[in-house]
Write a protein of this length. Structure first.
Length: 277
């Protein structure tokens, strides 16, 4: 996709996200919105995936370590064709195949996640398997910045460097807010770049609110340098909905009817402007 098309796709997914959370009456909307650009770039520009053959052995693998933001993954999978039209509208309903965290019953989801700190360890295992089987597929893991307080992440980081997993890309959604407030007040990680460099990873910063920078950064990765890759995506919690941006209480929340209409109007106006450019 061209960058403009990626922008438009993200905004359409953003509108769909607000719709399903509003009607389900539940969702981690703030973190969903902050990582939506990244997911759109991965599925529509970066990764080798095919909805018509979701278990193709050569496919790239994606793991949502911050599994509570599954709604963002759901709308991405729907827009890519993995989830049939109408299924997302069952979110929050009794008997729905969709739950509040990723499960492998949903087409396109590789592994159950939700217990924070585990996704990178699983990604390391998948990346090692690719090396052992001499396969060319890549593994991408999206983590939250609040999640960085989990010790298992650093065991995985050491293992990834030990096994020279240059086929592994981890992304941190650096929106600075977690459920209990600012990350630097809860468990500071401002030294995140130096920390991961010291672990032997190749570390790059990118503007996670800017699709052009996201695409450029992913395309700059050297998958043959014998080092795992970390992208620190500087994002805004609640991105794209004015009254949610940078507000901690929207870590989890459902807009009122009035707020819902405002959010849909804001996003729809951006889509219209983008399409008319």
């Amino acid at each position: 996709m061209e960058t403009k098309e990626l922008f438009i796709q993200t905004e359409k997914n953003r509108r769909r996200l607000i719709e399903i959370i509003y009607h389900a009456k539940a969702g981690h909307v703030g973190g969903d919105l902050s990582c939506l650009n990244i997911l759109t770039a991965l599925y529509f520009d970066v990764m080798n995936v095919n909805a018509s053959c979701p278990k193709d052995d050569s496919r790239d693998r994606f793991i949502l370590s911050k599994g509570h933001c599954v709604e963002a993954l759901y709308v991405t999978l729907e827009s890519k064709g993995f989830i049939a039209e109408g299924i997302l509208d069952t979110l929050g309903h009794y008997g729905s195949m969709l739950s509040g965290h990723p499960t492998i019953e949903v087409p396109g989801i590789e592994v159950n996640t939700g217990a924070l700190g585990h996704g990178l360890s699983v990604g390391v295992g998948i990346a090692i398997a690719a090396k052992m089987d001499k396969k060319s597929y890549k593994t991408y893991v999206l983590m939250g910045d609040g999640e960085q307080g989990e010790g298992s992440i650093y065991e995985a980081a050491m293992a990834a460097r030990q096994y020279k997993l240059d086929n592994l890309v981890a992304v941190i959604d650096r929106n600075h807010l977690q459920i209990s407030g600012d990350t630097e007040d809860v468990m500071g990680i401002d030294d995140i770049h130096d920390r991961w460099t010291a672990f032997g990873w190749e570390v790059k910063d990118m503007n996670g609110d800017d699709m052009e920078d996201i695409v450029r950064t992913f395309r700059s990765i050297d998958y043959a340098n014998h080092r795992p890759h970390l992208l620190v995506a500087h994002t805004t919690k609640g991105k794209g909905v004015s009254f949610m941006e940078g507000v901690a209480k929207w870590h989890h929340g459902v807009p009122s009817a009035e707020q819902y209409e405002q959010a849909i109007q804001e996003i729809s106006e951006r889509i219209k402007n983008l399409e008319n450019k």
